[in-house]
Design a protein around this ligand. Structure first.
Ligand code: KG4
Ligand code: ZN
Length: 346
């Protein structure tokens, strides 16, 4: 049975809405980015995010419906990101979705934001099928998951402190290069020598699938302070390349190790940091060398959007896995239980 699902995403600093048919065909999509509002603070300010979502959420929903040439009464369900994310930001999308679902008499579907990032790949690649290992790397999350069958997420490991995107943002912020740091540092790194400065590869040797990125940030800070104290010039491209290589090395190593341990011959990249070409190239080379396949979404579907939320809602719509209208946002929503062998918690 076919379904047009309207999805809303407000977990962080993008207000997004989309209408997607059967999890595959995007009929309309709109995104309002708050980057300019947060840039001068060097990171997302939760109160500003929440207020900005409130200001534009209805316009963005209307825009997505208008592009799809559909009225609210013509969609089959309303999906929304329920968590994880900023509480004050999530509540705007959840309240809007509940109001629309109630007003139009449509079922409500709650989606985990990280599941959404993974579904950006299902949306993009019709031939993607489990089992696979997914590296989900964004501004708020860094985790490795094993997906044995659709929608069953076994979280193998995650960051113990900063997320990968957060590390990019903090290093760029410290160097006063702007926000968000990922694209800025990647551009600089392309001109630099990744071997010129050797930053620590934290936890690369540990037997788990966890990550730690806050020490790397401190190492960069320490390096910069030392150079400045000695009155020496900073080579920003080398610095960016060295930092980026340290992040990528650990992520690629642990992702490949996880896929080997699980016997998965498919690897999936997801989240804002998946926009990083150097990461895609390195992981792609390791995966190809083993005769495996790597999937990564196009740029616009790496960072936050509502197409991925609508795509994740499709199997739930088929199963009639609906959310009660008194459901609350879940800012700490888990993708699956931490540590191997347990099924997804919804
Ligand atoms: O998925 P996303 O839009 O939001 C969250 O769910 O967090 O990810 C945003 C993050 C930011 O930290 C940004 O710096 C990072 O993704 N990012 C990148 C690149 N593009 C965006 N990091 C590294 N390289 C990039 N090219
Ligand atoms: Zn995200």
């Amino acid at each position: 049975m076919s379904a047009d699902i309207l999805a809303i995403e407000t977990s962080c600093d993008e207000t997004a809405a989309a209408v997607v048919r059967d999890g595959r065909d995007c009929l309309g999509a709109a995104v309002s980015s708050q980057i300019d509002l947060h840039a001068r603070f060097g990171g997302v300010v939760p109160e500003i995010a929440s207020r900005s979502h409130q200001e534009v959420v209805n316009l963005i929903i209307d825009e997505a419906l208008a592009q799809a040439n559909l009225l609210l009464s013509e969609v089959d369900a309303v999906a929304v990101t329920r968590g994880p994310g900023l509480p004050g930001a999530l509540i705007v999308g959840v309240a809007a979705a509940k109001a629309l679902a109630y007003g139009a008499g449509k079922p409500l579907i709650g989606i985990n934001h990280l599941e959404g990032h993974i579904f950006a790949n299902f949306f993009t690649f019709p031939d993607l099928a489990p089992p696979f290992v997914a590296l989900v790397v964004s501004g708020g999350h860094t985790l490795l998951a094993y997906i044995a069958t659709p929608e069953a997420y076994e979280v193998l490991g995650q960051t113990l402190d900063d997320a990968a995107g957060e590390a990019f943002d903090k290093v760029a912020g410290y160097l006063e290069l702007g926000y968000p740091g990922g694209p800025i540092l990647e551009k600089l790194a392309a001109e630099g020598d990744p071997g010129a400065i050797n930053f620590p590869r934290a936890m690369i040797k540990t037997a788990d699938y966890d990550f730690s990125l806050s020490g790397l940030k401190t190492a960069v800070l320490y390096y910069v302070t030392k150079k400045q104290a000695a009155g020496e010039d900073l080579n920003l491209p080398d610095l960016a390349a060295g930092f980026q290589a340290a992040v990528i090395d650990v992520q690629v190593y642990k992702t490949v190790k996880a896929a080997e341990a699980k016997g998965a011959k498919t690897v999936v990249l997801a989240g804002g940091v998946a926009a990083n070409q150097a990461l895609k190239d390195r992981l792609g080379a390791e995966v190809a060398a083993r005769g495996w396949r790597l999937f990564a979404p196009p740029l616009g579907l790496c960072t936050d959007n509502a197409i991925m939320i609508a795509a994740a809602a499709w199997p739930k719509w088929l199963r009639r896995d609906f959310l009660a209208l008194d459901a609350e946002p879940d800012p700490n929503m888990k993708l699956g239980r931490y540590r191997a062998g347990l099924n997804c918690r919804r």
